[in-house]
Design a protein around this ligand. Structure first.
Ligand SMILES: Cc1cc2nc3c(=O)[nH]c(=O)nc-3n(C[C@H](O)[C@H](O)[C@H](O)COP(=O)(O)O)c2cc1C
Length: 185
């Protein structure tokens, strides 16, 4: 479990190997079993691996706000599939639980993911022809990782922004355990 959780970093550059619709369905099959408040199951899913739709979704996305001199993945390294989480009403925490379930399931098969919340939602809604009764909760970009991502230990008060080093390795600082647990009773 720890191995998968640690490896399930955010990936933003991908190999251009196809991701099948069956693979996407299997990931939603995992989210199907995720808990939700009052078992309300508010989320619905749009699955996309079609090249034209991927190309049209791409401009709706804001990539890696902390990497100021990087505009997102180039052609040839963009996500090969997307899962869009939608809901008729704000799904809040339920969205997070479902999204992480999908991300962990993807990584258990070696597939990397990026949760994408900073979206041009109205444009994305049109791109996938989403009924207006739904709002887009989150988009997840998927593909086999085409970049190296590592976790660094950080201390409370450190700068926690992710960065790329001169070897193009993406670093994600994570607080050490003793700085996360604030009380043991
Ligand atoms: C709710 C949520 C929304 C996010 N939205 C974006 C986004 O719009 N664009 C992006 O490049 N990354 C996005 N991310 C990825 C975060 O930047 C990433 O999780 C963070 O840098 C920590 O890296 P890690 O996922 O490898 O732990 C989002 C992550 C979460 C959980």
């Amino acid at each position: 479990m720890k191995d998968i959780v640690k490896k399930a970093r955010t990936y933003r550059r991908f190999k251009q190997e196809p991701i099948s619709m069956e693979t996407l369905e299997r990931l939603v099959e995992l989210a199907r079993f995720a808990p939700s408040g009052a078992n309300s199951q508010p989320l619905r899913y749009v699955l996309c691996n079609d090249e034209i739709t991927r190309d049209n979704l791409f401009p709706c996305i804001s990539w890696a706000g902390a990497l100021k001199d990087w505009d997102g993945p180039e052609e040839g390294e963009r996500p090969m599939a997307y899962i869009m989480l939608v809901s008729e009403r704000p799904a809040t925490i339920n969205t997070g639980i479902a999204a992480q379930t999908i991300v962990l399931g993807a990584m258990s098969q070696g597939i990397g993911a990026c949760m994408l919340g900073a979206l041009k939602r109205e444009v994305a809604q049109n791109v996938v022809g989403l009924d207006e009764k739904y709002g887009i909760e989150l988009l997840i970009g998927l593909g086999y990782p085409g970049e190296e991502v590592v976790v660094d230990d950080a201390r409370a008060g450190d700068r926690l922004l992710y960065f790329r080093d001169d070897k193009d390795v993406h670093h994600v600082p994570k607080l050490v355990l003793e700085d996360m647990i604030i009380k043991k009773i």
